[in-house]
Design a protein around this ligand. Structure first.
Ligand code: 6PG
Length: 236
């Protein structure tokens, strides 16, 4: 595991963008699962502005590690966030964007998306293997859309699961922990003081830290790289 700590979120965005550009260089058919929420917004903005014309986007296939079950025009949509901050600024073929369609039938979509991954991606031990999975971490230690209260989904037999947000009950389609941990590369993007407590507990292995799904991210053979700012990593 590699832990990189930078002064602020802009520095995290710049360093991650350089890491991503190096990963995809001269790769054919690179499959990446994007994270959602708010952290990626600045990161995608910087990636697009600094590497928009340098990366051959036609070789990159975009998926989501998790998506809220809302229409693609909804402000809560991770797809919409990615269009606003990345796809609207780069030349990526529409057929390379594999949106989660879960707004109407979450359970059916979880099955469809799992099948899509199994068809589109190479598999290792029968599990679809991403070249890169981006992850964020919630203030409660969740990652993708596996929360402490539904951590049993981490090892679900289904590669994509339906999970409900603990507070809002909002339904989400999420890849499970097996898909995350089979990936060739996993990059955690964690910034802000709100994450500091869980970063401390997880990285310093405090108390019952394994109750947090983010603590279970441990790629079997792939690389795990944390990109954090000083606010999030204040205690490590
Ligand atoms: C989502 C994400 C989720 C996110 C964390 C951190 O759909 O919300 O995939 O796992 O990464 O909740 O969110 P912030 O970046 O908004 O803090």
């Amino acid at each position: 595991m590699e832990v990189n700590i930078y002064k602020n979120k802009t520095a995290v965005a710049k360093q991650f963008s350089s890491y991503f550009a190096n990963l995809v260089k001269e790769k054919a058919a690179f499959h990446v699962a994007l994270s959602g929420g708010s952290t990626p917004k600045l990161i995608f903005d910087v990636l697009a502005s600094e590497y928009g014309n340098q990366i051959d986007w036609s070789q990159i296939h975009f998926y989501w590690g998790d998506e809220r079950c809302v229409p693609p025009t909804d402000e809560q949509s991770n797809y919409k966030m990615t269009v606003d901050h990345l796809f609207s600024k780069i030349n990526v073929p529409k057929e390379n964007i594999h949106r989660v369609l879960g707004e109407n039938d979450p359970k059916g979509e979880a099955m469809r998306y799992a099948n899509l991954l199994e068809i589109n991606l190479d598999r290792l031990d029968t599990i679809p293997q991403f070249d890169l999975v981006l992850l964020g971490m919630g203030d409660d230690g969740h990652t993708a859309s596996i929360f402490p209260h539904n951590i049993h989904l981490w090892n679900s037999k289904d590669h994509c699961v339906v999970a409900a947000h603990p507070d809002s009950g909002q339904q989400r389609v999420s890849i499970n922990g097996k898909v995350i941990n089979i990936a060739k590369e996993v990059a955690f993007l964690v910034t802000g003081s709100g994450k500091a407590e869980k970063v401390d507990e997880i990285h310093n292995k405090k108390g019952d830290y394994k109750k947090y799904p983010a603590a279970l991210v441990n790629p079997e053979s792939g690389n795990l790289v944390w990109f954090m700012d000083e606010d999030a990593a204040v205690s490590i």
